[in-house]
Design a protein around this ligand. Structure first.
Ligand SMILES: [Zn+2]
Ligand SMILES: [Zn+2]
Ligand SMILES: [Zn+2]
Ligand SMILES: [Zn+2]
Ligand SMILES: [Zn+2]
Length: 290
């Protein structure tokens, strides 16, 4: 969702209301959409209007789940900003999803958890400022408040060891390996994201009976996770990821070099004025240099 648009709409709506009889009151319909808007955008809106801010503080639903994805945001979220927001949640937070928030450290995470001890969903993929020890401390704190984390995502956290994983499974009181996204790869014995091949008839399954493995052990298509054999013809992609032929065919491609982005990197597409297509970042740089 676009912050600027939502912000402007609120402001206009607010002005329209001021022109009519109920001065200073945001339109009632605004409250109906509160639970559906991302919290960061809601907070930006709240700054424009006191009664809206009060309504937001009193509404429970928007505070249950905080999602911050630094990759799609223009500014990076710091410990201070996160703490300020989660203090406003006043213990109501149940799910915290931080994606790629490299500026958040163990201290930031522990502050959130201390103020919201009911969190049972903790997703921290690629939050490189957080350590495995910090996550263990956070989950331990939650346990002390009788909250058991049901789903934990820690891929991209560096130096996670087998012992860390064991401790986390113990704290989550779960034998179900799917409660944590990282597991021990059966091929390299390292704690990593492990995938299974969706193909019933791939060469590995035929020869060894299994195609389970982390991305370092088995090369896979970024989209469908099917394994890619060493003999397969190399397929050109606009990002660093690999694609199978089927996924390559179905994805939209750069107007100039005919390479597609995987869906994860589709945000890198540069729009072409007057065309529904796009150019990749590399071609865009070439165009503006000339
Ligand atoms: Zn492996
Ligand atoms: Zn594929
Ligand atoms: Zn396979
Ligand atoms: Zn291109
Ligand atoms: Zn990609």
């Amino acid at each position: 969702m676009n912050t600027e648009i939502s912000h402007e709409t609120t402001h206009k709506q607010h002005q329209m209301n001021q022109d009519s009889s109920n001065i200073g009151q945001p339109h009632e319909s605004l409250y109906l959409v509160l639970p559906y808007l991302p919290l960061f955008e809601l907070l930006a809106m709240a700054q424009t209007c006191k009664s809206f801010n009060d309504a937001l503080n009193n509404d429970i639903l928007p505070w249950l789940n905080i999602v911050v994805d630094d990759k799609v945001r223009r500014s990076r979220v710091s410990n201070e900003v996160l703490t300020k927001i989660t203090l406003k949640a006043m213990g109501r937070l149940r799910s915290l999803v931080l994606v790629n928030c490299g500026m958040i450290t163990d201290d930031g995470l522990l502050n959130v958890v201390a103020n919201n001890p009911g969190i049972n969903k903790l997703h921290l993929p690629q939050c490189t400022g957080i350590t495995a020890e910090g996550i263990i401390r956070a989950v331990t704190t939650l346990n002390q408040h009788n909250t058991t984390v049901k789903t934990l995502k820690i891929n991209g956290i560096s130096n996670v060891t087998k012992e860390h994983l064991q401790t986390l499974h113990f704290l989550l009181k779960s034998d179900d390996s799917s409660s944590i996204d990282v597991e021990i790869c059966p091929k390299c014995d390292e704690p990593r994201m492990v995938y299974d091949c969706p193909s019933e008839t791939c060469d590995r399954k035929r020869t060894t009976g299994s195609c389970r493995g982390c991305k370092f052990c088995v090369l896979r298509c970024e989209e469908c996770r099917i394994c890619i054999g060493f003999d397969d013809e190399e397929i050109e992609v606009a990002c660093e990821d690999m694609l199978c032929e089927g996924c390559w065919i179905s994805l939209p491609k750069c107007n100039f070099c005919n390479k597609p982005y995987c869906n994860k990197h589709a945000y890198k597409q540069r729009a072409v004025p007057g065309s529904s297509g796009f150019v990749c970042e590399a071609c865009y740089m070439k165009i503006i240099e000339n």
